[in-house]
Write a protein that binds this ligand. Structure first.
Ligand code: PLP
Length: 379
């Protein structure tokens, strides 16, 4: 089987599991306990926090461990928006993940926020001028993802964050898909808050982190015992935090090389697909895209049928966003690009890890051609 659905999830790396194991077994303490077992857990958690903070280029106290990208987006979006006394207005892009979209919608429904959605162009890029126009004196939060999970388009986040800051607006970026591919340091991104998820990076599902600049008041989403400096109550998931830190230690030194190698493979794959498949449409930006994402529409087919045909031939892909699985509606992200709904229904996404190889992609291109040929004979 060739797994080309890394944007949905990745397997846990062996080194990550080995780092976690002691904290699930012998050293199983609660970091809040006042005895040796608790102290050992607190030390392990502090070590994991230091590693993740170094990755974000922030202070350890600015890192909050979460249960994943969805919780991180909820905490950053609701926490910053409700923590600020400026007003009740939030700004987001038209291509955000549901974790952000629904968090903002919660602010609208339950807290009376006004919401402005900034459109994107046909490649999925937010225009900084349109973004600037959306900001108001009462805007308490702007949120624009770093890289899109369906089309891979990478936003000019540093530029957008600078515009937000000129207007005194805190800026969050959902960096879940960018982790392991792009530099996530807060000062490079210019962001006040960055959220990520472990399972896109070789750590388990159910762990993530959000880095939030300490100067910003953050209203918690989870209330309770006051863990994570009161920003996220609940007994800390020490083993998984250690696993996330180990995944970061493995990924970060290899990031630049992995990105260059995978970008080259991706570009060859895109050329090959466009050469072999008549009428194939590349979605997203040709250059400002993640190394790991090649996404297409194949007009006249159905994304689901292509997915199943590829699976029969041993290639695992996604026909849209796994996070919105179960929905037959065309993807709101693809509609935001201005694609015809019938074309948007034909989307197929191929996503890679640093371990993806040229033979994997050659086999995938062959399987795709065979799948589309067999679907054409069925029509
Ligand atoms: N944000 C983006 C861009 C994603 O792609 C995902 C998951 O695919 C999430 C947020 C949610 O992350 P999690 O699955 O850890 O809740």
């Amino acid at each position: 089987m060739i797994h080309l659905d890394a944007a949905a999830t990745t397997p846990v790396r062996r080194e990550v599991l080995e780092a976690m194991w002691p904290h699930l077994t012998g050293e199983f303490g609660n970091p809040s306990s006042h005895h040796a077992l608790g102290d050992a857990a607190a030390r392990a958690l502090a070590g994991a926090r230091r590693t993740v903070a170094e990755w974000f280029g922030c202070r350890p106290a600015e890192v909050v461990f979460t249960s994943g990208g969805t919780e991180g987006a909820n905490l950053a979006v609701k926490g910053l928006a409700l923590g600020s006394p400026r007003g009740r207005h939030a700004v987001l892009s038209a291509v955000e993940h549901p974790a952000v979209v629904e968090s903002v919608d919660h602010l609208r429904r339950l807290h009376g926020f006004d919401v402005t959605v900034v459109p994107v162009d046909g490649t999925g890029l937010v225009d900084p001028a349109a973004f600037a126009d959306a900001l108001r004196a009462d805007t308490t939060l702007a949120t624009v993802m770093l890289a899109n999970n369906e089309i891979g388009t990478v936003q000019p986040v540093a530029e957008l964050a600078a515009v937000a800051h000129e207007r005194g607006v805190p800026f969050h970026t959902d960096a879940v898909q960018a982790a392991g591919w792009l530099d996530l340091r807060l000062d490079v991104l210019g962001a006040d808050a960055v959220s990520i998820s472990g399972h896109k990076l070789g750590a388990p599902k159910g762990i993530g982190a959000v880095a939030v600049r300490g100067r910003h008041p953050l209203e918690p989403v989870l209330h309770g015992g006051g863990q994570e400096r009161g920003r996220r109550s609940g007994t800390e998931n020490v083993a998984f935090a250690v696993g996330l830190a180990r995944a970061v230690e493995l990924a970060e030194p290899a990031r630049t090389d992995a990105a260059a190698r995978t970008t080259a493979l991706r570009d060859d794959f895109i050329v090959e697909v466009l050469r072999r498949v008549d009428g194939a449409v590349l979605t997203g930006h040709p250059d400002a895209r993640l190394p790991s994402v090649a996404s297409f529409c194949f007009p006249g087919t159905s994304g689901e049928a292509v997915l199943l045909g590829l699976e029969e031939r041993g290639v695992i892909v996604s026909s849209g966003s796994a996070c919105a699985a179960g929905s037959d509606d065309p993807s709101p992200v693809l509609l935001a690009l201005g694609l015809d709904p019938a074309v948007a229904q034909t989307a197929v996404r191929f996503t890679f890890t640093p371990a993806t190889t040229a033979p994997d992609l050659a086999a995938a291109a062959t399987a795709l051609e065979a799948t589309l040929a067999s679907l054409a004979t069925l029509r």
